[in-house]
Design a binder for this molecule. Structure first.
Ligand code: AMP
Length: 299
């Protein structure tokens, strides 16, 4: 089954202690769409400006991503710039230039409206609502978010939580949303706000799923060298939803396995700047790392 991904489609300028790379393909939807495409057909909803390089359109196409919902407008593509500290965990946003995103209204082509799996990747909650308003009874909806929306669009986000099956957020965001220091207590409170499933990401320390059948812990795939973690969270959720869309059988059991696939897909993202390593990844490499991750976590 296919996956609809809506989110930011961006040019990212990324600085790490070792290198600086301007105007890479980035954005929550770009990372999530390519990650999901390893498992299921993907339909992308986003907007790019007239400065968007053709080679990045070709990258989406190489991964079979349906671009019928990608709007092209006069003006500049959303541009984000960030800088990492030596530990590669702490990141500072240097620039957020909205460009064509400022007036973006996601309009879904008719061919998108019945997509069974919907991934609302990180973007303003009002736009996530607008996409859901156009969908015809999707089977499973996952929303991602970021601290910015907790700060400036909390009411929209709280309303969104009533409309989604799963919320994905990081541990800091979970604390900010619930005012709970303990991540389990935070997940419990988030369930009360709406979603049946809550997934809390803890960076290199893995992730946690809370659902009707209880908790599931997923390790991060251990990497000796991280080149650029930008988009790891988006790749995690993209890989997760892609795997889920392709799986048959019990939803929650599949979701647990999907966490492993998300985790491994994110590990490839961290090994190159922007989407460069993900672009070259093969499905067999993902399977091999999932097998290794299982072996490392088993007693
Ligand atoms: P992550 O590393 O998973 O947090 O995601 C990083 C990606 O989020 C980058 O590729 C950025 O282009 C994108 N991004 C940064 N700020 C925003 C924002 N305000 N809205 C949507 N996407 C953003």
């Amino acid at each position: 089954m296919s996956v609809l991904v809506v989110g930011s489609t961006a040019l990212d300028s990324i600085k790490t202690p070792k290198a600086e790379n301007p105007r890479l393909l980035g954005g929550s939807a770009s990372h999530a769409a390519v990650a999901a495409s390893f498992f299921a057909p993907v339909k992308l909803v986003g907007i790019v400006g007239d400065d968007f390089p053709a080679k990045y359109l070709r990258l989406y196409e190489r991964h079979g991503v349906d671009l019928a919902g990608l709007q092209r407008a006069a003006g500049s593509t959303f541009h984000w710039a960030g800088e990492y500290e030596v530990n590669m965990n702490n990141r500072r946003t240097l620039k957020t230039e909205l460009g064509v995103f400022e007036t973006f209204q996601p309009e879904l082509p008719a061919s998108y409206r019945q997509t069974p799996f919907v991934l609302l990747a990180n973007i303003a909650p009002a736009l996530q609502h607008h996409v859901l308003d156009q969908m015809r009874r999707p089977r499973f909806v996952v929303a991602d978010t970021m601290d910015l929306w907790l700060n400036i669009a909390l009411a929209d986000l709280l309303r969104l939580l009533k409309r989604v099956d799963a919320l994905v957020l990081n541990d800091h965001e979970a604390r900010q949303l619930t005012k709970e220091d303990n991540v389990i207590a935070a997940a419990r409170k988030i369930h009360r706000l709406g979603p049946r499933f809550v997934i809390v990401k803890k960076g290199e320390h893995g992730s946690l799923l809370s659902g009707p059948q209880g908790l599931f812990l997923c390790p991060a795939y251990p990497l000796e060298k991280v080149v650029d973690p930008t988009g790891a969270g988006d790749s995690f959720v993209g890989g997760l939803v892609g795997y889920l869309a392709a799986a048959r059988g019990n939803l929650e059991a599949n979701l647990r396995r999907a966490m492993l696939y998300g985790s491994v897909t994110a590990s490839f993202c961290c090994e190159g700047f922007g989407l460069s390593r993900t672009d070259k990844t093969r499905r067999e490499e993902i399977e091999a790392r999932v097998a290794r991750l299982r072996a490392m976590a088993a007693l």
